[in-house]
Design a binder for this molecule. Sequence first.
Ligand code: AMP
Ligand code: GLY
Length: 423
Amino acid sequence: MNVLLIGSGGREHALAWKLSQSPRLTKLYAAPGNPGIAQHAEIVALDVNDPPAVVRFCEAEQIGLVVVGPEVPLVEGLVDELEAAQIPAFGPTKAAAQLEGSKAYTKELCATYDIPTARHRSFVEAAGAKAYVRQQGAPIVVKADGLAAGKGVVVAMTVAEAEEAIDMMFAGGLGLAGTNVVIEEFMTGEEVSYFCLVDGENVLPFGSAQDHKRAYEGDEGPNTGGMGAYSPAPVFTPDLEERVLKEIVHPTAQAMSALGNPFRGVLYAGLMLTPDGPKLVEYNVRFGDPECQVLMRRLQSDLLEILLATANGALGQAQAEWSDDPAITIVMATRGYPGDVDKGSEIRAVEAANAVEGVTVFQAGTKADGETLRAWGGRVLNVTASGKTLKEARERAYEAVDQVDWPEGFCRRDIGWRALASN
Ligand code: AMP
Ligand code: GLY
């Protein structure tokens, strides 16, 4: 079968790496792709924001499955257009992608179906939002309704900070994402990322992970897309998983079907393990980046088979086999990330890092310049390793990090500290 993979990050490199191991794969195409993905796929010059062009390509190349990595094309309805042309796609329709595309939508769904999450109110103007914040007091959480590339959440420790965030969002500081603002109760507890494949009806649990969102060691500094992750999350016990499936994931899948928007794809639940039990922080409708990299490192089953079953409503018979060995990924970023960074610095010795036992280096923001590999963004390499224990995986990953010759890059040296401290 021919497959088209949409995306250009470390997440998509990990998906390409795993898809390329499938005996059912004939040819893998990718757009926009990156030099890491190009090791496993033919990169095609295709505008992924032009759905009719994607459909024409799929028809011409007899694509049997389109795998959509990032959220933006999902929220914009790429899968709807593919389905209309009878091209199987892994990922939700525009209506189902609202679970990530609109926080107000998800909060209303949780309220209607009794799914545990932070108490909330939605607002379309500042005065009401501020009055609510003053009445509730701080700490309190202010969220832009729409997609804001990770910048839409302000955890305000004071009422003044919350009011400032409200003004910023309604003043258009996050574009259209902030025309609707959700104010939520502040929750405390450890955070876990939990992934489930959903085919509309059936739910296949697909692993847990924890990521480190802050830029600097000790979980300090500005928020990022994620500086590292590991899987599984040791705090997420089988009992907790069962409870989350029963109280959060299954009710969501059933609600989406009942609303006429059946969810097909990967449902990524951001959870907080609060003193009152697990609660939903937010949903994403795609794999996490860099969480996907550690999941793919652990997955033993044929990824193509499973994604196809998800797209075709056939997850009822599907199973996923996982390695017992934990996996970890260290994000190497250009110095200055998450601020603006210079592009073009040369990266050497990625092969030496890849040669360390148990290690696979996935590429995110890279660019090939002849034989030279250059950094081309904030998050650049995901040095991913597995081992008999998380400790061993981490030692291997940092050994590989130390092989990479890239003075302009940096990484956190403490990825996995929470899990290792609790062992
Ligand atoms: P999000 O962009 O929705 O993943 O939120 C970013 C981060 O903000 C989350 O990972 C949490 O650490 C924090 N956060 C979001 N909502 C809440 C909440 N209601 N209470 C406490 N922290 C939150
Ligand atoms: N690593 C967090 C995310 O992908 O949203």
